[in-house]
Design a binder for this molecule. Sequence first.
Ligand code: UGA
Length: 460
Amino acid sequence: MVISVIGVGYLGAVHAAAMAELGHEVIGLDIDADRIAALQAGRAPFHEPGFEEILRRGLRSGRLRFTTDYAELEPAEVHFLGLGTPQRKDGFGADLSHLESAIDSLREVLAARGGAPTLVVGKSTVPAGTARRLSDQVEQVEGVQLLWNPEFLREGFAVQDTLEPDRLVYGLREPEGPQAEAVIAMLDAVYAALLAAGVPRLVMGYETAELVKASANAFLATKISFINAIAEMCEAVGGDVADVARAIGMDDRIGAKFLRAGVGFGGGCLPKDIRAFIASAEEHGVGESLGFLREVDLINERRRARTVELAGEMLGGVEGRRITVLGAAFKPDSDDVRDSPALDVADRLMQAGARVTVTDPQALANAAQRVPGLTVEAELAAALRGAELTLLLTEWREYRDLDPVWAADLVAVPRMLDGRTVLEPRRWAEAGWEFRSLGRADSSALQQPAASIPAVPALL
Ligand code: UGA
């Protein structure tokens, strides 16, 4: 099939390359000419494992290309909308202006189809009611139907999540009837390989599909803030949140994933999506029902403040002190620093007068751009050298596997604050480190050697 993907940011670029991988002819469009030039040259504009490979394979096959010109989209039978919906500058709601202007630009392209069946498929995360409103606009053009097909991919696993999703959600104006069948069949043809591999496909109304996406992210954010609230409690009473998470996660009604306590969630999705959900609930007169999401947001915010406070406690004041921050990306295997807890904490420490050096395997260029004046160092050993306090804030594998004996020789003072509860306190204490972790009692008492060291399981 001939497909277009409008908006080739994170979601759209991966989707475009993945659809070419499935055998479709794909044209990716963006108004950002630099981004289009990079993609067309086979260069990924962001770090995402496996993406550059499928991008280059698509380009080489001749099935994938990129453009800034809407007129080139005319042959497409299916147009995917992958535009960003960031938080509005004046409040919590989602800014839909990119989506709206894409629909405006698409109108002529749709009209040029002369009534041939054409599907517009929304993938962006939008407040409930958006799809119905947009469908009123695009379905004025004869032959055009709009379907909402939310995306659930995670950064760092984007290619895998697109080609092997847990489920496909189809949101339709009317989920039943002959017209629905035609629309469903068209998108089924796009996803034929995934459906044949057994990926479940759920058909529902527009609003339900929009709410599936908002609820999924709200639930994930709530799970993280829940364990972070327990982390606060653990700090207060002298418990260990990693053990709490491990033990409650063994109940499969709760599940072990997304129970890793620490400096909290960030990125381009969870924080802005829960806020947009709150704003949308308020608009629909049910603000109280989702009021708890404000608390989810506040708990998340408090973790950052607490990390800065704890750094101050450990150093007896941060002003003028040499601090090394391990991690700038909002999560490992990504170079995305949007609303990154690690970068935010580094910035706050810097604002408080600390001499901060940040290191990260992938995100330093983005970090330096976002926080002017930040000292960045790509090499781990060089970054650690001379530190009076080291903070682990993004759990890249190289930081999780860091050897405390090796690191102790580099730093000025072996003092570690684990902001992701991924290091083994006893191991670090035994190597002579003053060790603190969010959500765990002060472990200075752990310096007594232990007979056996229990492994901390990965909770992601
Ligand atoms: C999130 C969702 O997981 C995806 O399903 C969704 O499609 C995507 O948003 C989106 O709406 O586009 P992503 O932003 O890539 O994906 O990142 P997550 O893996 O959800 O992590 C978000 C944040 O939570 C990170 O800062 C991470 O470090 C933090 N986190 C995650 C924790 O603090 N604890 C955990 O146990 C898990």
